[in-house]
Design a protein around this ligand. Structure first.
Ligand code: LLP
Length: 390
């Protein structure tokens, strides 16, 4: 089918081939993002893992695995998806506060690179299951560094209030305990302070905490082989085109400058949003434009079941009318069809005058978009299409 590019370079013929709403993925941008990460980390003693929870679309994760990244997983389902996508088990980390026995067994069976362990009961169960299976579990202890990442409270993970990790106070005893367990190989420490972090300061603070811990353990004769600093690097939701690739250079440099790694210590990252966030756009169609109580509503065929971030976190996403070629604008609330009052993508947003049938793009939706979709109201899951197929 002939391409019909609109003003922002989007091929409008796509919407005639696939039912809205659907995710459109810019695979060139994803590749450029991966190339940038590989370029910046080449030759350094580090390993970047892609956090599959951000987007576990089979096509997306195959592309990421073929670029050589490792992966960070939080469920047995993600382990299976990552194996199918070709990620190497030794480059897999398995995080999460509530790993069930079958998930641990799956990880042990495939001899994954590292279980990021969040508690003593979890450590003991992994040790026990590994013993029964005649395996040794490679483990990092997840530490809660009590650092406020100054991000949305729903996606802050590293403060004393959060359910994640082992407190710094109890860490020495847990390390001692782990080193005595016969089926555990303690590789290092793991941290993750939150998501959509846009200032480097929380990472500088994290480096200080880690340096102190490394000194402390060194004095007791313990040097870990790896440190995992988690993920969390934010993306620019306001300017998806001008800042399509996040500032990985400053991010990696921050750790290079502030973290005092010991010789032969490997640094691990678990990045999700910063890798896939900007390559995805949710494309929807306007079902109705309605006016009530002096307010104008654009009602889309996409809703919170397709992209829950605005409803759940009040998250901002750029919204564009791809059918419009400019002209006068109007103020609209842009909403979905789901029977929930939080099913709102944006309030009081300026859009070109919009009509039924117009095609709307909700930008920066590649991370925690499709992967958080649900079938609430018995709605079908959104479809997807890739720029490489168009
Ligand atoms: N590592 C661990 C242990 C994590 O819990 C997470 C994210 C990541 C890595 C990846 O973080 P990222 O680089 O993507 O920020 N649904 C929320 C975000 C939840 C993040 C959960 N953990 C959102 O839509 O903003």
């Amino acid at each position: 089918m002939a391409r019909r590019m609109n003003q922002s370079g989007f091929d409008m013929s796509i919407v005639e081939r696939i039912t809205t709403p659907f995710y459109y993925y810019d695979m060139d941008l994803l590749q450029a993002t991966l190339d940038q990460i590989n370029h910046l980390t080449a030759g350094l003693p580090c390993c970047v893992h892609y956090a599959l929870k951000a987007n576990s679309n089979a096509h997306i994760i195959s592309k990421i695995s073929s670029s050589g990244l490792g992966c960070d997983l939080v469920s047995g389902g993600e382990i299976k998806a990552a194996l199918e996508a070709g990620f190497l088990p030794q480059q897999m980390t398995f995080s999460g506060v509530g790993k069930t026995d079958w998930e641990i067994e799956l990880g042990l069976n495939h001899e994954i690179g590292c279980f990021n362990v969040e508690s003593v009961p979890e450590l003991d169960i992994i040790n026990q299951l590994a013993g029964t299976m005649g395996k040794t579990a490679r483990v990092a202890l997840r530490v809660n560094p009590d650092i406020d990442a100054h991000t949305h409270k729903f996606i802050t993970t590293g403060t004393a209030n959060d359910k994640f990790g082992i407190s710094i106070e109890s860490l020495p005893l847990v390390v001692k305990h782990a080193r005595h367990l016969s089926n555990i190989h303690l590789r290092g420490l793991h941290f993750h302070i939150g998501s959509q972090i846009t200032s480097m300061q929380p990472y500088v603070d994290l480096c200080k905490v880690i340096n102190n811990l490394l000194d402390h353990f060194h004095q007791s004769g313990i040097d870990f082989e790896m440190i995992n600093v988690g993920g969390g690097l934010g993306i620019d939701y306001l300017h998806p085109d001008t800042n399509a690739i996040p500032d990985f250079k400053t991010y990696f440099k921050t750790f290079g400058e502030h973290l005092k790694l010991r010789p032969n210590q490997m640094l691990h990252f678990e990045l999700g949003r910063s890798i896939v966030g900007q390559c995805g756009t949710l494309i929807a169609r306007v079902v109705f434009v309605k006016e009530t109580c002096g307010k104008k509503f654009v009602i889309l065929d996409a809703g919170m079941t397709d992209l829950i971030r605005p409803a759940l976190y009040g998250a901002y996403h750029e919204i564009q009318n791809l059918s419009s070629s400019g002209g006068p604008t109007e103020t609209y609330d842009i909403v979905g069809p789901v029977c929930e009052s939080t099913d709102v993508f944006a309030r009081a947003r300026q859009l070109p005058v919009t009509s039924r049938g117009d095609i709307i793009a909700i930008r920066s939706a590649g991370a925690y978009g499709e992967s958080m979709a649900s079938r609430y109201n018995m709605r079908p899951l959104p479809g997807c299409i890739f720029s490489s197929e168009t």
